[in-house]
Design a protein around this ligand. Structure first.
Ligand code: GAF
Length: 376
């Protein structure tokens, strides 16, 4: 059933409109967002659709294709609504808290963004509902302000200490482009990213590894980065450049903290180098940067698991130009930059490596850069 079908079944009338927001793949720049650094995501064609219609002021009801019961709520305090509907209530709360007169609404959700795979299913949900409520209420919220509103829903209402990468990707990405985002200033550059024209492709390999300890470990990484910035006397680790790195590491006593800092500082530089190569039309040459990013996440930030490490190694063995885990880590997806005509061999090599290790089989597909959040 589509979101519109669920809306009709639940509310007995047609929705006023449909809004969609995508999941994302982050090409490079992992855990740099909350360090006020750089990221380079592109939007997936997979998206969350919200069918939305009006309701009396101060009343919201949300239902979906993946939950049995609708959830209704009024004006709420952070955390009052839990589970998946909390992301929707969080958007209402965040807009209200920012002073906007949010219209009451009936909302039905459908999504083909894989859940819990590091492809931003929660940001897609937040961004579709945010865009719908802004349009429905005729609210004047410029595009560049929207990701921070959705991020607040997640940080304050839901209570997840995430950065601004996922909501920015879902809201600001454009078809055929990768989004180069400065997470301090929110300045963007839309980088042309039409791999098919170059005979290339991004293969996404969902490790299907169960996510473990995600929340606690994510928060611990963030805390360690923020403590390091404080010790180094900088507003954020973004302010430590590659040239400063050795000096900075010399000022930190804790070996684990030193590794965390090294990941962030080198990762920011890898994003900048990747953008430069893409601008110069040297797409194949970004491969080693992708692979170095993975090694840094594995060895310094320590956020990979054997399933994603094996996927990266197998993709490289099959001839990929580069490969890395994408997203927050502890499972999730790997991306590999490959020649488009080598997709089948790459998938076969990865599948064989998983079978040999007796891991649950991965799921792989070619990802193209789709549009950001919009009314459809
Ligand atoms: C998750 C978070 F939600 C993002 O903010 C970002 O930190 C990412 O992990 C890692 O780059 O997706």
């Amino acid at each position: 059933m589509s979101a519109a079908d669920v809306f009709r079944q639940q509310f007995g009338t047609d929705p006023e409109g449909l809004w969609a927001a995508p999941g994302r793949v982050n090409l490079i720049g992992e855990h740099t967002d909350y360090n006020e650094g750089y990221v380079l995501p592109f939007a997936l064609p997979q998206r969350t659709v919200a069918a939305v219609g009006p309701a009396p002021a101060g009343e919201w009801t949300v239902c979906s294709t993946f939950a049995d019961e609708p959830v209704s709520f009024g004006v709420t305090e952070p955390g009052a609504v839990t589970g998946w509907a909390g992301y929707v209530a969080g958007i209402v709360w965040s807009l209200q808290d920012a002073g906007f007169d949010v219209p009451g609404a009936r909302i039905a959700i459908d999504s083909d963004v894989p859940l819990g795979s590091g492809l931003s299913s929660s940001a897609a949900l937040e961004s579709s509902v945010l865009t719908a409520l802004i349009d429905l209420g005729g609210l004047d919220v410029p595009l560049e302000r929207r990701p921070a509103l959705a991020q607040r829903a997640e940080n304050v209402y839901v209570g997840a200490p995430t950065g601004i990468l996922d909501q920015s990707a879902s809201i600001r990405c454009q078809e055929g482009r990768a989004l180069f985002l400065d997470c301090r200033t929110y300045e963007i550059d839309q980088i042309p990213f039409d791999l098919a024209a170059e005979g290339l492709a991004i293969l996404v390999i969902n490790s299907n590894a169960p996510h473990q300890h995600v929340d606690g470990e994510y928060g611990a990484r963030r805390k360690s980065c923020e403590e390091a910035a404080q010790i180094l006397g900088v507003p954020a680790l973004r302010d430590v450049t590659l040239d400063d790195l050795e000096d900075a590491l010399g000022k930190l006593d804790d070996e684990v903290m030193r590794r965390r800092v090294r990941h962030i500082v080198t990762e920011d530089q890898r994003v900048l180098d990747t953008v430069e190569l893409l601008r110069a039309g040297r797409t194949r040459d970004i491969g080693p940067l992708l692979t170095a990013s993975h090694a840094s996440m594995r060895d310094d930030f320590e956020i990979t698991v054997p399933q994603v490490d094996i996927a990266v190694e197998a993709a490289l063995a099959a001839g990929a130009y580069g490969a890395r885990m994408t997203g927050g880590g502890f499972g999730g997806c790997v991306l590999a930059l490959i020649d488009a005509d080598r997709a089948d061999q790459t998938v076969a090599t990865v599948d064989a490596a998983y079978a040999k290790a007796a891991f649950t089989a991965p799921t792989s597909w070619i990802a193209t850069a789709g549009p950001g959040a919009t009314r459809i």
